[in-house]
Design a protein. Structure first.
Length: 149
């Protein structure tokens, strides 16, 4: 998936119009349209960084042709930042276990992205709930995929 397709998908998932996104970035709606249609690429790093912040993705994900690697790295680094080394290991385990679902070309790119987004949201939601219920150190997911107190 190229840069424009990623922006369009992320914008739609966030429920933003092109005009809404343009206002957040301080640019014109026409610029967003050009990015999404791949007729132009942002000239400054400020816009790319702004897009990454708005959509909570890495800059690498936005500009990389190898979206799965960047997306995976972003998930792992986010899990590590939020939950430490244990979170990083859990994120790696989740990616390893779900890679079979995404392999083989059975799902479209949009379905893969939706699946990955859902898995990411489920992971962070489960971790937050476990943290509230059991405390910071006890919120982990065991090797069997179940939460362990």
């Amino acid at each position: 998936m190229n840069f424009g397709d990623k922006i369009k998908l992320l914008r739609r998932e966030a429920g933003l119009s092109q005009e809404d996104l343009a206002k957040k970035l301080g640019i014109t709606q026409k610029s967003i349209c050009n990015y999404e249609n791949n007729t132009r690429f942002p000239k400054g790093q400020k816009i790319i960084t702004g897009l990454a912040e708005i959509f909570n993705v890495s800059v690498d994900y936005l500009i990389s042709d190898n979206e799965n690697v960047s997306r995976d790295e972003n998930f792992i680094s986010s899990a590590k930042a939020e939950f430490g080394y244990k979170g990083k290991k859990e994120a790696e385990m989740i990616l390893k276990r779900t890679s079979a679902v995404l392999a083989g070309g059975e799902l479209s790119d949009e379905d893969k992205d939706a699946f990955f987004k859902s898995i990411t949201e489920i992971y962070f939601d489960a971790k937050q709930k476990a943290r509230k219920k059991y405390g910071k150190k006890s919120a982990s997911i065991g090797n069997d995929g179940n939460k362990t107190p």
